[in-house]
Write a protein that binds this ligand. Sequence first.
Ligand code: NOJ
Length: 688
Amino acid sequence: MPSPSHPTDGPFARRRLPLLGWILCAFSATVSAEPVTVARVESPGKVLRVSLQLDGGTPSYRVDRFGETVVDSSKLGFQLRDGRLDRDLAVVGQQSRSVDETWEQPWGERRLTRNHFNEVVVQLAERGGAKRRIDVVFRVYDDGLGFRYHFPEQPGMREAIIDDELTEFAIAPTSTAWWIPAGEPIHYEYLYRRTPLDQVPLAHTPMTLRSRDGLHIAIHEAALVDYAGMWLRRTEGQHLRAQLSPSAEGWKVRRSLPFDTPWRTLQISDTAGGLVESSLILNLNEPNVLGDVSWVKPSKYLGVWWSMHLDEESWATGPRHAATTAKTKRVIDFAARHGFRGVLVEGWNPGWNGDWVGNGYAFDFTRPTADFDIEALSAYGAKKGVHLIGHHETGCAIEHYEDQLGAALDLYARLGVDSFKSGYVCDDGQVDRRNPAGGPLWREWHDGQFMARHHLKVVQEAAKRHIAVNPHEPIKDTGLRRTYPNWITREGARGMEYNAWGQPPNPPEHEVNLVFTRMLSGPLDYTPGILSLKGRGGQAIRSTLARQLALYVTLYSPIQMAADLPEHYEQHREAFRFIEDVAVDWDDTRVLNGEVGDYVTIVRKDRHSRDWFLGSITDEHGRVLPVSLGFLEPGVRYRAEIYRDGDGADFRSNPFAFVRETREVTSADAWVLNLAPGGGQAIRFTPL
Ligand code: NOJ
C-alpha cells in the first residue's frame, strides 16, 4: 500500500509529534503574519496536493494540481449558536493513512470500483475560551477530493447548533459555470444556466466548472446524513461559500456530538467525461449496511402515468380516472408481452380528488380507490411476471405520511410490490412540519435537515421490508445508494414531464447538461422513451426519435421507465425494440467523448451478457463524432444494431427521420456517429 509523502522539515515534522506540533504551531502563529501550512496530503499518483493552513488560528485549505492552484486559500469553520468555531485554533493531533481497495457494487454503472486515496485527519482545538475541538479530514484521490468535519465527543459540548458553515471554495482558474439556482421554489427542476463563475449568485450542487484551460471541476457533497444540504453562495469574484439549507427552527443543523458532517467534494478532471467516470461520491460513502440486497431489482418499467401528464386521463377518480383495474390490466398485459418487470400506477389511492399540491392530508396510503382492485391486480401481474410499482405522493404533508408509512409499506410487502415511487409536490420551503407547540405548521425545505432525516427514515423502513425507493422532488443524491442500495434512483431534475406541459419544454442541450451536472450525483429517473415526440395538446418534444433511445444509455438509472403509452410503442415498433433490449445494470461505463452542454457519447457493458450499448446525444447542433470501438472484446465479431437519425433528421422539422440497420464490427473498427440537430444514436453490440 503506498503511503503519502511525509516531509520531515518545517511544520510537517509535527505529524508524529502532536504535542511538539502544538507548541510549534502556536509559536509560528504568533511570530508569522503568513498562513502556516500545518498538514499536507497528496493524491496517490501525485496529481493533487491539498494543504491545510492556519492563519492566526483560522483554518483554511488549498488545492494544487500538478503544482498549479485550483482552489486558493479557502476558509473552514462554523457559525455556531454559541459563537464562531473558526478562530484561535491550533493543531493538537494528526493522523495519516492510505487506502487502496476495490469494492463491488450490487448494481450500478460498473461492477468494481477502486477506492484509492491518501487521507489526513487533523485535530484542532481552540487555544482559549471554551477550548472546543473539531477535526478536519481530507481524503485525496487523483480525480478529486473530499473533506469533512468531525465534531468529537468533548467535555462541555454535548451538541452543536449550526447556524451556518463557513466553508469556502475560492476557485483559482477563471471558469465558466453550469448551475441551477438554489433557494427557489421548484427544487432542482431548472434548466442549467451557463455563466462566468463570477456571475453565479446562489446555486445548488453539483455545480460544474470549466476553466479557460479546459480543466473541469465539479463541486458537490457526499453522504448527506442528518444534516442540511449545501448550497453555494458566491461572496466575491470566484469565491463561493457553503450556505446550508434552512430549517424552520432558525438554525440549519442541530446534532448531538460526536458526529461527522457530509463530505464537501471537488471532482477535478482534464475532460468533461472524466467527471462522469469518477467514483469519488460513491467512494466517500459508507459501505452497504443492508447486507444481501439481491431483492433490489434493476429493471425496466411501464406506467399508468404519461396519459395524466398529457391531461388525457386523471389521477382523480371519475370518468377520466387512469388507475382503474381494467386499464391497469391492459398495461400489465403489454408489459408481460414485451418483457418489462414493473408497472407503476399513480392515482391508485384516495386523496387525489381535491387540491393535493402542497396539501397531502387527504392521502390514504393503506387502501386503494374503489375502482382499483390492488389485490387482484398484484396477483394478475405475479402470474405474468410483472410487479406493480407503488406510488406515494405526499403533497409534502410529511408527518401525515410518516404516520401511515409502516402500514403502507406492510401493504406493499404483502402484495409483492417491491419498489415504489414517492412524491413531494409543493414549493421548496413549504414542506409541512408539525409545530410541537401546536401553533401554525412549520415550513421546511426539500433539502434541509428535517427532510434529510425523513428520506433516510423512508429508505430504512422500506429496506426492512425489502422494498426499493424512488423519490421524486427528492433531496439531492449524495451517493447514499452505496450504503442503502434500496435507494435505487430518484428525480431531482427537470425531467421528461416538462415535455408534456412545461414552458418551455426541455431544449436538447438540457439532457447533455444533465450528464455533466445532475448525473454526477447519481441515478436519475428521467423517464425517457416518448416515441410519439408529443406532449400535452400536441406540444412538440425537442428531440428526434433516435435520441429518445440514446437517453437510456446516456442518463443512467438502474430502473428505467418506458414512459410513453403502449399504443405509441405499437406505432413505433422498430424503435421500441431498442427499449425492449437495452440493459439497465452495468459491468462497466466509459465516456467516449463529450463537452458540457454540447454532446456526449457513453458506452456501457451489460452485467448479464456480453453485450455493449452505446448512447450519443447532441444539443441543437448536428455533429459528426468519430469514435473508436476499442472498448469491445478484441478478436470478437459483433452484430451492431444501430438506431440512428435518418437523412435530413432535425428535431425542429423532421424528428421522425429514423433508420434501424445492422452491421458486423470488431474492436478494430473506427466509427462515425452522425447526429442530427437535437438528435442521437443508440447501438446494441452483440457478440456473434
Ligand atoms: C411529480 C412527479 O415528478 C411526477 O412523476 C408525478 O406523476 C407527479 N408528481 C404526481 O405525483
